[in-house]
Design a protein around this ligand. Structure first.
Ligand SMILES: [Zn+2]
Ligand SMILES: [Zn+2]
Length: 61
């Protein structure tokens, strides 16, 4: 079965990364299973990175 691979960033966010297709794709494979592989990513996700690097003009008191 194919496996969905998620990434877990250092900030704790988890997001879809890619699908690992198996050899049986188109030959009876029913698609991805409920089991996801997790790739540990030692960096912040793009959202948090952007938030962190922005000068942040929208700070409200
Ligand atoms: Zn498959
Ligand atoms: Zn994040």
């Amino acid at each position: 079965m194919c496996t969905q691979v998620d990434k877990r960033w250092a900030c704790g966010h988890v997001g879809y990364f890619q699908i690992k297709y198996c050899e049986r794709l188109f030959k009876g494979c029913k698609g991805t299973t409920a089991h996801h592989e997790i790739l540990e990513e030692p960096e912040l996700c793009s959202d948090c990175l952007r938030r962190k690097t922005l000068p942040n003009p929208l700070v409200s008191k």
